[in-house]
Ligand binder design. Structure first.
Ligand code: AVI
Length: 327
């Protein structure tokens, strides 16, 4: 690939990348430097995350899959009452592998529901709109492409039935704790009394198990982090030398914060469009938090944000929780 020098670069930032550019510049001009892990997921990032979910060390996906496959009936019973018509809304639906266990069970029981997957990726939504009616005949599906809360508001204009919201995969853990609490409050604000939430959260456990999940031996997590620099190079006309940054994962058993950083291996300057960013040797970019919770904390978050915790599902190792909250 030709090296894009700042002089040669066509530094026009596309309309859709304006916010990305603004966030990257603001993050890298801050002290300490940081990037937002929501930008990990370009096409290559999606692929790397798929690989990660299949690697030996990354346990959360398998734990939650075990819960959904082994406890399908119990989960559905906790979320719905017989004869109750409802909307099943999934925030960040992805390929809906886990929720498909519930969808199949509910269809077999002739439950009266519409599935409304919400995802920021229009690829995801068109994929689900096309494939689910084939794999799950009879399903009523309305995919919503956009931001979670905007789409939740839209869902409320389409239907006034009771809502059951799925927020799986410990995606909540990728928000700093105060943002996570604010998120749950806003979620509650978009729901009515009696609506329910099924939320997946990764639990505190042997710190070595957690650290290994974010430091896999094949280096997929490393690539997953470095991929954001590659994305910035490509989409924001930057010239990061990827070889001069190293992945540094950490886990603090006390706070439950699993954080990843990229460390600059030398003093260096990077151009991003017309902006120059300087790095000192050993300076870090804070990339991502994957918060781990105690069971008690999951209840506290529910109570502090206007929900009542009413059910808990665990995998056999008790490494992961899917909690049921009622609004
Ligand atoms: C999507 N999210 C819940 C993953 C996690 O475990 O925090 C993202 C991830 N980052 C590194 N590995 C996986």
């Amino acid at each position: 690939n030709p090296v894009i020098t700042p002089e040669k670069a066509n530094c026009t930032i596309s309309e859709e990348n304006r916010q990305f550019y603004a966030d990257v510049i603001a993050g890298l001009k801050s002290e300490p430097k940081h990037l937002d892990s929501k930008y990990f997921y370009d096409a290559n990032g999606d692929k790397l995350f798929q690989e990660l979910m299949n690697c030996d060390e990354y346990y959360p996906t398998n734990c939650e899959l075990e819960i959904f496959s082994e406890k399908t009936a119990e989960i559905c019973d906790a979320l719905i009452a017989d004869g109750d018509a409802f909307d099943l809304i999934e925030l960040g639906a992805g390929d809906a592998t886990k929720s498909s266990f519930l969808l199949k069970y509910l269809l077999d029981k002739n439950a009266d529901f519409t599935y409304l997957p919400i995802d920021i990726s229009d690829n995801v939504i068109s994929y689900l709109n096309i494939t689910l009616p084939v794999t799950l005949p009879g399903i009523k599906i309305t995919g919503l492409n956009g931001e979670y809360f905007q789409m939740l508001k839209k869902a409320a204009t389409i239907s006034s039935r009771r809502k059951v919201v799925l927020f799986l995969g410990s995606n909540i853990g990728n928000m700093p704790i105060n943002d996570a609490i604010e998120f749950c409050r806003e979620l509650r604000g978009n729901l009515s009394e009696g609506d329910m939430v099924l939320i997946g959260m990764d639990l505190k456990k042997d710190p070595r198990v957690i650290l290994a999940a974010y430091n896999d031996k094949d280096g997929i997590t490393r690539e997953f982090n470095l991929n954001l620099l590659r994305r910035i190079n490509r989409e924001l006309h930057a010239d990061f030398n990827i070889d001069q940054f190293e992945h540094y994962p950490t886990y603090d058993p006390e706070s439950g914060a699993c954080k990843s950083y990229l460390i600059s291996l030398q003093d260096q300057e990077v151009m991003i469009g017309h902006e120059k960013v300087s790095f000192k040797k050993d300076e870090y970019i804070y990339m991502e938090i994957s918060q781990k919770f105690t069971i008690m904390q999951t209840d506290q978050i529910a109570i502090n944000t206007g929900f009542q915790p009413v059910g808990q599902f665990f995998d056999t190792k008790k490494w992961f929780i899917d909690a049921v909250w009622v609004a």
